[in-house]
Design a protein around this ligand. Structure first.
Ligand code: MSP
Length: 665
């Protein structure tokens, strides 16, 4: 079967500002989609780049006191670097200042002109330089731009116009024929309503500045930056060049393109762009996917507001895959989401360290401990309903994750994958391999359990690959399994006899990030946000001494914590394996406990209440994520919970019957 072409683009980013989390997000979403398509065997072309012309950029360069081309080179390279930093698998990076793009933009202009859809006129009206859009008088909000709230300027100049008004019917017909042209649906409805309301001709050239692509045969004019920028998607395919491969590339990748962006620029992509293309005799793009905004402090994260978070800070603290995971998991397609340090930390420790990291280290550790690091053979016909249910759940998850990717719902795909991780955790808890390991009669069930646990992890590693490619490589190194695509991905196909690699911590819990997070907050603390709505506390540094949020209630009584705060304490069930009195101490006992993933030492002040031998075999509750501390020269890794009345000896909290490693909540 020949590979299906799949062309995906991000917006090309303005270079008046350095890249932030908002740009990082779109680029990562596009990357995950591109990677998923490659895993499905498609011939993927993935384009991103920078939009470098226009008045906004010209002014930013002037403000920086740098010649505009040098300014463009510098900021564009920051976006190129972002792609490297974020592990983006783009096939090309386009700049609108490149000669190939000038040729393409001038070619499309000539075609539209030849079709009679560009004419010369005079523009008098308002312009928003932040958004690079003309704003009709009727749309001004208190005299400001309705989109960004910024100042608009009065323009009065000769201008070429595009006959957008001619395209209303053709656009509406095009929308009718492609009911999934724009996703999500509610955005498509907005666009339809806008077009149904009537279209006015669009000014497409400027004469009051020169930083742009000259209009063919009339170089006093430069093209309106959007006319220039949208064409980049064709430049990539060699449009307007005399390269002999260009027409093949055009027919291979056009019009089957997916343009990804945030919601604020859907009009340009879903109305202007198809109309320009129709006028030039080309087919409009196949699909537009519009996501929501990352908000900070209640407003869209943006350079002009000043509330931006640097992606570098978060990658530095949490690691690249964790940031990619957070961004894709937290924002359902089409909706806005809040960017907050606390949310990342919670997801990191709950989803990555506890759920995923834990099940991997447990499984791999047990395979090493009980089966010398080799995937066991499963005797035919030994699977029970429990194993079959896990295999079936894995098969269903593969299908549903693929379906979610088909509709660009990565957050749903991740949720589905995490449900499988949860099931796998339950399967292990139910089977209690640590008990099975004690009796030779249970060897076959233990084989079965370890086989299916490792096999399900193999499936999970494949499913998270588009979002967390580095983690997939690391999980496979631990499992000893090769890279695999999504085309033949199926559960219960792990090769028995596979030799596992060493266990390595994948997502060690982050406990000591107070300073790091505070440092991050220092670099990204937002400027006051111009909004009339009450603004929630903006950045919540994760610190014990965090000041009360404005408006926090000051009633007497114990300070209340949130559920998320409680979940930061990793309470686990553990079984005491050995116990001995610490020499020269009246109170301390040194305990070796099984916490479900291995053995750890805990020193507890319970010697006056219990003899060491009374402790062995008890199932206790430990705080598993306490910073290690040295007591009488012994490193203690955690704390055992006990209750004690004032002045009385402590009584251990025991949870007999619950397996080691189970979470207490
Ligand atoms: N240059 C135009 C696009 C031309 S495409 C032919 C432009 N550039 S931009 O630098 O302003 O980038 C806008 C895009 O950056 C958004 O559509 C989105 O993809 C991304 N984002 C910037 N800030 C964002 C958020 N706060 N939240 C989500 N996405 C964000 O518009």
């Amino acid at each position: 079967m020949t590979a299906q072409p799949f062309y995906i683009t991000t917006p090309i980013y303005y270079i008046n500002a350095r890249p932030h989390i908002g740009h990082a997000y779109t680029t990562i979403v596009a990357d995950a989609i591109a990677r998923s398509r490659r895993l499905l065997g498609d011939d993927v072309l993935f384009l991103t780049g920078t939009d470098e012309h226009g008045q906004k950029v010209e002014r930013a360069a002037q403000k920086a006191g740098i010649e505009v081309t040098a300014f463009a080179d510098e900021v564009s390279s920051a976006f190129r670097q972002m792609c490297v930093d974020l592990g983006i698998s783009n096939d090309d990076f386009i700049r609108t200042t490149e000669p190939r793009h000038h040729r393409a933009a001038q070619e499309i202009w000539r075609r539209v002109m030849a079709a009679g859809d560009i004419y010369k006129g005079h523009y008098e009206g308002w312009y928003c330089t932040v958004d690079e859009v003309f704003v009709p008088e009727t749309q001004l909000v208190d005299g400001a731009c309705p989109t960004c709230g910024g100042k608009v300027e009065r323009l009065q100049e000769e201008s070429y116009y595009f006959r957008l008004s001619r395209y209303q019917d053709r656009l509406l017909e095009f929308y009718r024929q492609l009911p999934d042209f724009l996703q999500p649906d509610f955005r498509f409805n907005e666009i339809r309503t806008f077009v149904e309301g009537g279209l006015q001709d669009l000014s497409v050239s400027r004469t009051s500045f020169t930083w742009g692509i000259p209009v063919p045969d009339d170089p006093r004019h430069v093209m309106y930056v959007w006319f220039d920028a949208l064409t980049n998607y064709l430049t990539e395919l060699g449009f307007g060049s005399d390269d002999p491969g260009a027409s093949d590339r055009m027919s291979r990748y056009w019009p089957g393109v997916t343009h990804l962006m945030a919601k604020e620029i859907t009009r340009q992509h879903a109305v202007y762009w198809p109309a320009f293309l129709m006028a030039a005799g080309l087919t409009p793009p196949r699909r537009i996917v519009a996501h929501g905004f990352w908000l900070m402090g209640g407003a869209k994260m943006s350079k002009s507001v000043g509330n931006v978070a640097r992606y570098q800070d978060y990658v530095g603290v949490f690691g690249l895959d964790a940031v990619r995971y957070f961004l894709l998991r937290e924002m359902p397609l089409g909706q806005d989401a809040n960017f907050a340090d606390e949310a990342i930390l919670t997801r990191f420790n709950a989803d990555l360290a506890n759920d995923l990291g834990n099940v991997i280290s447990r499984t791999v550790t047990m395979l090493h401990r009980y089966r010398d690091g080799v995937v066991p053979e499963v005797a035919p016909g030994t699977r029970t309903a429990l194993d079959t249910a896990l295999v079936e759940a894995a098969a269903t998850t593969i299908a549903s994750v693929r379906a979610s990717y088909d509709t660009f719902q990565m957050s749903v795909a991740l949720q589905q994958t995490w449900e499988l991780i949860g099931l796998l955790n339950k399967y292990i808890v139910e089977r209690e391999p640590w008990k099975l390991a004690k009796s030779p009669a249970s060897a076959a069930v233990l084989d079965l359990t370890l086989y299916h646990a490792a096999d399900t992890l193999r499936v999970i590693a494949a499913l998270i690959e588009p979002v967390m490619p580095q983690s997939t490589v690391r999980i496979r190194a631990m499992l000893g399994t090769p890279a695999e695509s999504w085309t033949g991905l199926a559960p219960a196909s792990l090769q028995a006899g596979t030799r596992l690699g060493p266990v390595e911590p994948l997502f060690p819990r982050i406990e000591r990030t107070t300073e790091e997070l505070r440092a991050m907050s220092d670099t990204s603390t937002p400027a006051p946000v111009p909004t009339t709505e009450p603004v929630a506390p903006v950045h919540v540094p994760v610190t014990a001494e965090a000041p009360a949020a404005p408006g926090a209630s000051v009633t007497a009584g114990p300070e209340l914590i949130s559920y998320d705060d409680f979940m930061k304490v990793d309470l686990r069930v553990a079984r005491v394996l050995r116990a001995e009195q610490v020499p020269k101490s009246k109170k301390l006992v040194k305990l070796a406990v099984d916490d479900g993933s291995g053995e750890r030492t805990i020193v507890a002040g319970i010697a006056e209440a219990y003899q060491p031998e009374q402790l062995v075999g008890r199932t206790v509750v430990i705080v598993a994520n306490l910073k290690p501390a040295k007591l009488m020269g012994i490193e203690s890794n955690g704390m055992i919970l006990a209750g004690s009345a004032e002045g009385a000896l402590p009584t251990l909290i025991t949870v007999d019957g619950v397996p080691p490693g189970a979470r207490v909540r």
